[in-house]
Design a protein around this ligand. Structure first.
Ligand SMILES: C[S@@+](CC[C@H](N)C(=O)[O-])C[C@H]1O[C@@H](n2cnc3c(N)ncnc32)[C@H](O)[C@@H]1O
Length: 404
């Protein structure tokens, strides 16, 4: 039996199971034709043709565990990871590290099916739409979009030259050739505008104004919004009102690798400012592991935060630690939570008191009655971004809340 026949059998069995999972988890409602189309797309655009023989499978849920995959030594494991709920990391360290080295930062992945299908659903595509994708990656999403509306109506931008080239090869293997441009997606693609949809498949903290200008009124930008570096993200659907305004709401959670120019690292300057020591009774885990709604309140009140958590060893044992920094590195805070203490020590330094800002925002979220992520939205104008509760302008404050 030729190998391709086995592959066809492996593919058919697994894609059918995946479709069952997506329907059971309410990611896709098969009773609506526009959503059901994406399930057909899974048959038409085989995910495995976008995955190299050796890569890294990162589990979406805690029932799976992260592991290296190798088609030559464990073909069953390779096939299973691709058609189960894993994102498949195909590049790390912008191409300088082995994709199977978990110590290096991931820089490209084929996103896990539950998240990529949720985003395609949120995109709400019609047959005649012209679509721009930001972050071609492996090319799978571009192929799905090309399959849905026709390749001539899809453009995709990838910042990494080698990834763009691999994506073109992958796309050709499934018989698609949407335009793949190598460049910075933050600029959009002005000469191809206007678009009906911009589909962003990398994380953004500040939504570039160029995108607003390149979507026709009534069109939409769909993106993983990731306002706090190091924390999770939020699926955002923005309706474009005109070239200076977009308004939208958050759907589910989503963690993505950031748009390259918006990457942030925990950096703290050892400036002149001595660190101030205070104590708090608020468990720092509440800030570090905040619920989606709480994260959005913190992001609105304390813009431009970087968060990191870990453990530190001290004379009397291990201590859980939450670190906060401002994007400019000038302010930082550190909260230590050793086991068995009633109060936690907080060190803060720099022009901002980041712990106080985050803790006060967390308390306001409690006072609001713990509203969930779906009750929040975002307005984007020429002067910046504003997060709101329930309706545009609602409760979370005035003015420009974009990152400083
Ligand atoms: C999660 S992957 C995208 C997955 C892709 N949609 C797929 O189907 O494989 C994110 C991609 O965004 C790319 N990227 C990051 N910053 C970018 C930028 N400024 N412009 C264009 N692409 C960017 C990364 O190189 C990476 O390939």
């Amino acid at each position: 039996v030729p190998r391709s026949t086995w592959d066809a059998v492996r593919f058919r069995e697994r894609v059918q199971d995946l479709i069952g999972d997506l329907v059971d988890a309410n990611v896709i409602d098969p009773t609506g034709w526009n959503q059901r189309a994406w399930l057909t797309g899974l048959h038409e655009v085989p995910r495995h043709l976008f995955v190299p023989d050796r890569a890294w499978a990162q589990a979406f849920t805690t029932t799976g565990s992260d592991h290296a995959i190798d088609k030559a030594t464990d073909p069953t494991g390779w096939w299973n990871a691709i058609y189960q709920n894993y994102s498949i990391i195909t590049q790390r360290g912008d191409g300088t590290a082995d994709p199977r080295d978990p110590a290096a930062p991931p820089s490209c992945s084929l996103s896990c099916p539950h998240i990529s299908m949720a985003f395609l659903r949120l995109l709400d595509v019609r047959d005649h739409h012209r679509i721009l994708e930001i972050g071609t990656g492996t090319g799978w999403t571009a192929a799905m979009l090309g399959w849905r509306v026709g390749d001539s109506r899809v453009s995709s931008i990838e910042v990494d030259k080698e990834l763009a080239e691999t994506a073109r090869v992958n796309l050709a293997a499934v018989g698609h050739a949407p335009e793949v441009v190598t460049g910075d997606g933050a600029d959009g693609l002005p000469h191809r505008a206007p678009f009906d949809r911009i589909h962003v498949t990398c994380g953004v903290r500040d939504i570039p104004q160029a995108w607003l200008k390149q979507v026709r009124p009534g069109g939409a930008i769909v993106a993983p919004y990731m306002p706090i570096a190091g924390a999770g993200g939020h699926q955002l659907h923005l309706d474009v009102v005109d070239e200076d305004h977009a308004v939208g709401r958050f759907a589910g959670a989503s963690g993505f690798m950031m748009l390259r120019s918006q990457r942030a690292h925990m950096s703290t300057e050892d400036g002149e400012d001595p660190a101030e020591l205070t104590v708090t009774r608020l468990d720092p885990r509440l800030i570090a592991e905040a619920d989606g709604g709480a994260q959005l309140v913190i992001a609105a009140a304390a813009p431009g935060l970087v968060v990191d958590t870990g453990w530190e060893q001290h004379a009397d044992g291990w201590s859980y630690v939450v670190q906060l920094a401002s994007l400019d590195g000038r302010s930082w805070a550190k909260c230590l939570a050793p086991r068995g203490v009633d109060e936690y020590e907080v060190l803060q330094s720099g022009p901002r008191r980041l712990w106080d800002e985050a803790a006060s925002a967390y308390r306001s979220w409690l006072l609001l009655g713990r509203p969930g992520r779906e009750r929040f939205g975002l307005t984007l104008t020429a002067s910046g971004q504003q997060i709101w509760l329930d309706s545009p302008g609602g409760l979370l404050g005035e003015g420009d809340r974009s990152s400083p």
